[in-house]
Design a protein around this ligand. Structure first.
Ligand code: 5GP
Ligand code: ZN
Length: 109
């Protein structure tokens, strides 16, 4: 299994897990770009948002975001998802970056 996030889901690689349910998992980024930098992923391998995902998983991702943020105890955060090499996607297993903990400028572009 080459996919690094699938290996984290399987427990083959360690991760600092923040939240987990049957469909999604959130863990701290190995190379944080902000004081809080957590990745939320579907447990199922989906490459990115170009791929079709079912309604149940789409909802589970949004719910997972909320639950993760609740666990982190933060009052403000930004969600970023890089889709495709040209957007900076390096790990081709869908993930949402949750960044917080410092004053985030209005846009990141
Ligand atoms: P991308 O550039 O694909 O949007 O983001 C990939 C993110 O995954 C990067 O922020 C990178 O630091 C993180 N990452 C890559 N490999 C690992 C790993 O093995 N464990 C964790 N926790 N994060 C990883
Ligand atoms: Zn994967």
């Amino acid at each position: 299994m080459a996919c690094v996030f699938c290996r984290i889901v399987k427990g083959e690689l360690p991760a600092k897990v923040v939240y987990e349910d049957d469909k999604v998992m959130a863990f701290h980024d190995i190379n944080p770009q902000a004081p809080i930098h957590v990745l939320l992923i579907p447990k199922k391998h989906v490459e990115n948002l170009f791929e079709e995902i079912d309604q149940e998983l789409a909802y589970a991702l949004i719910r997972g975001l909320r639950e993760t943020v609740k666990k982190l105890g933060i009052e403000a955060y930004r969600v970023v998802s890089n889709n495709g090499k040209g957007a900076g996607q390096e790990v081709f297993h869908l993930h949402f970056h949750i960044v917080a903990g410092r004053r985030i400028p209005p846009t990141t572009v």
